[in-house]
Design a protein around this ligand. Structure first.
Ligand code: FE2
Ligand code: FE2
Length: 408
């Protein structure tokens, strides 16, 4: 028979713990007995909480109850000596709460297998903090699920290397169901948002494809009227991309520049074939008519606010403007001329020089570069011209790829 301890509380036959029976210091035994006595009284009052005293040896895995409220035993249908183990087996989720900022509540949910992995860490934390505060979801042997809030203070007895957790368990099933519902709603809202975003992305992709399709159909239509210019619009597209990149244009804007450029001469649809395909230099009158292609193109591309058509419209309208204001249709100068127009202007002239035309043969690169240089500060933006010349290796590659004199 274990020795009876003469404190406020006398060991009873249903004592489930180890401290009072084991080789521990008298001080610890005395403390444990006092607490058990106190918690027993708590257990008999009409208290909605379940009092318990658990204990473990620091650094060891095993945990046991020195005292456990009768309602928990009823709940788990077990003896007090098995309660700690059964409680551990019933836990499916552990939720802890914390505040990041003043009102920013953070919930952390751990599932049973995760709890097992960090059990030692959790115990060490509660020993260091001196408190335990967490909510446990238990799936009881009956299959019923309950949430219990655990609030305890933790005392460490270094002489015996024992931690005592003096706590209460409170039923919070309804509250946690409300939390779960809120989380579910938040998750559903997030899922719905993601679904909408994906749909929107898909729609935008389709619209973009439709726009590209329309751009290239229109470009092909204008090319049919102006077959003598061969790969002109294709090459100008690549040149614009190279020069745009050299000028610091990136991402979607560079994509717009590249895809808009095939339309820079789309207005030629409205110019008489006799002018477009004339195998000689145009008369001043014919040239005046030819000039209209910039405005006709801009009109064709107006009335739509898509990024692609906006850039295409600006380019069509301004690719014959000149840096010194002597170009057409408006005589804009310097930075009044949209960047897309200034870029297209250099690329357009370079390709015209290096290509065969009904009225002339293709010039070599050196002669074409020399000719373009003459237009520095008069026809062309000097800074862009520098960038173009720096990009000549890439430009030559494109030119080489399409081959001089080839027809589409
Ligand atoms: Fe043009
Ligand atoms: Fe052109």
């Amino acid at each position: 028979m274990p020795k009876e301890i003469d404190y406020n509380w006398k060991m009873e036959s249903d004592y489930c713990g180890r401290i009072l029976k084991g080789r521990f210091s008298e001080a610890l035994k005395k403390k444990a007995a006092e607490y058990i006595s106190l918690f027993q009284k708590l257990n008999t009052t009409a208290n909605p909480t379940i009092p318990y005293i658990s204990a473990w040896a620091e650094g060891r895995n095993h945990i046991w109850y020195e005292f456990v409220g009768s309602r928990l035993l009823e709940l788990m249908s077990c003896k007090a000596s098995d309660a700690a183990q059964i409680f551990g087996e019933c836990v499916t989720t552990r939720c802890s709460f914390g505040y990041q900022a003043e009102e920013d509540l953070v919930r952390e949910f751990l599932k049973a297998d995760e709890i097992k992995k960090i059990r030692q860490k959790l115990r060490l934390e509660s020993k260091e903090k001196g408190v335990v505060e967490a909510v446990y979801q238990l799936t009881l042997p009956s299959g019923k699920s309950v949430w219990l809030k655990d609030q305890a203070t933790v005392e460490y007895y270094d002489l015996d290397n024992i931690c005592l957790s003096l706590g209460t368990l409170t039923f919070v099933t309804r509250e946690m169901q409300a939390v779960e519902l809120t989380i579910k709603t938040e998750e559903e809202q997030q899922q719905y948002k993601t679904l909408l975003e994906n749909q929107l992305r898909e729609q935008n992709k389709k619209i973009w494809q439709m726009q590209l399709d329309m751009v290239y159909r229109l470009a092909r239509a204008s090319k049919l009227r102006d077959a003598a210019t061969g790969f002109h619009i294709t090459k100008v597209g690549y040149y614009c991309q190279i020069l745009g990149k050299a000028a610091g244009i990136r991402g979607d804007k560079l994509k717009l520049l590249y895809h808009a450029s095939p339309l820079h001469d789309v207005g030629k649809i409205g110019i008489a074939e006799s002018i477009l395909q004339k195998p000689a230099k145009l008369t001043p009158h014919e040239f005046e008519q030819m000039k209209n292609h910039s405005v006709i193109g801009a009109k064709l591309l107006s009335g739509n606010d898509s990024g692609l058509l906006k850039v295409a419209r600006l380019m069509a309208l301004s690719h014959h403007e000149r840096w010194d204001g002597s170009g057409y249709p408006f005589g804009l100068s310097r930075n009044q001329i949209p960047l897309a127009g200034r870029i297209a202007s250099i690329c357009d002239v370079f390709d015209a020089l290096t290509s065969d035309r009904p009225y002339k043969q293709a010039w070599g690169i050196d002669a074409s570069v020399a000719e373009i240089e003459k237009g520095r500060g008069r026809h062309f933006d000097p800074q862009l011209l520098d960038l173009f010349l720096k990009s000549l290796p890439a430009i030559k590659e494109v030119q080489h790829h399409f081959g001089q004199g080839l027809q589409p």
